[in-house]
Design a protein. Structure first.
Length: 295
């Protein structure tokens, strides 16, 4: 099954760095990885906040790449909550609608080290909801030596936002999000990749309670959460089949990811149904982001 990748990073610049000694994959390198992984489309997410290490990208760069490689890429715009004079009442809809009209289909990933309920972050969520743009969030666990919107153990602040902005589609992502699949997660393990059996945790509770919460299953964190206890993973896919999306979070050239082959195997072994396999791999992304595919 061809997949749609809801989370990818690339650059138009040959030497754009994500950290010292480590460059971002070029679009051609991403396309090579996509051929190996049987992915036909990906969503380019700009890294616009300074917390994420080395280079800061622009929305315009993503638009440029998605136009140049329109057979492969869609793009997200990204708005740091501090944009607009660092004002919690700034009309961010103006910027969001500008990029939406230029073709952006979502917002993120938001990596700013601000609390979920910081008035600046709330303002961004309010405007994303108003503009009907889904937002991908990277959750962090501490203000320093970390990046991502800050929440506490078991994600009480994410819950507050899900409740306050029911129209807003939030795509959860990052280790601090995914470790909460298991109720036994602690302050010591929440930013890591805990392994072993899963007992229903905050994600399961929030997914049941808030239909506006979605899962970006990219990166090692998404893969680990879904596969660490396979029987639980199959049930999770079954129960939330309409809100899980495949992704890679590839940043570097030739970066290896494992979720695609795991999903293919799960379907071949009849551990997940064809319908749910399709939804996870591409159907949900097509529906949620109104993509003109498979029609
Ligand atoms: Zn990412």
């Amino acid at each position: 099954m061809k997949k749609i990748d809801v989370h990818i990073h690339s650059s138009m610049w040959e030497n754009a760095r994500i950290q010292p000694g480590c460059i971002l994959a070029s679009p051609e390198e991403i396309k090579e990885s996509y051929r190996e992984l049987d992915i036909d489309k990906g969503f380019l997410l700009p890294l616009i906040s300074p917390e994420y290490r080395f280079c800061v990208q622009t929305n315009e760069e993503m638009e440029y790449l998605a136009t140049k490689y329109s057979d492969t890429f869609y793009w997200f715009c990204n708005i740091d909550p501090r944009m607009g004079f660092n004002r919690p009442d700034y009309d961010l809809s103006e910027m969001l609608m500008y990029y939406k009209q230029k073709g952006a289909i979502g917002v993120g990933e938001v990596t700013a080290s601000l609390e979920f309920d910081d008035p600046l972050v709330e303002n961004l969520f309010y405007h994303c909801a108003e503009c009907d743009l889904p937002v991908t969030i990277h959750i962090g666990h501490q203000k320093y030596d970390c990046y991502g919107i800050l929440d506490d153990l078991h994600l009480p602040k994410l819950e507050k936002m899900l409740k306050k902005y029911p129209k807003l589609k939030i795509l959860g992502h990052s280790a601090c999000f995914w470790s909460e699949i298991d109720g036994n997660v602690t302050n010591e393990t929440r930013y890591a990749y805990p392994t072993g059996k899963v007992e229903e945790g905050a994600i399961v509770r929030l997914m049941r309670k808030y239909p506006n919460l979605y899962c970006d299953c990219s990166a090692g964190s998404g893969f680990n959460a879904i596969t660490r206890d396979e029987d639980f993973g199959y049930k999770f896919i079954e129960e939330f089949s309409d809100r899980l999306m495949y992704g890679t979070d590839i940043c570097q050239p030739h970066q290896k990811t494992y979720l695609a082959s795991w999903l293919d195997n799960a379907f071949e072994k009849s551990c997940i149904s064809y319908e749910n396999y399709y939804k996870f791999c591409r159907g949900n992304a097509i529906r949620i982001f109104n993509l003109n595919l498979d029609k």
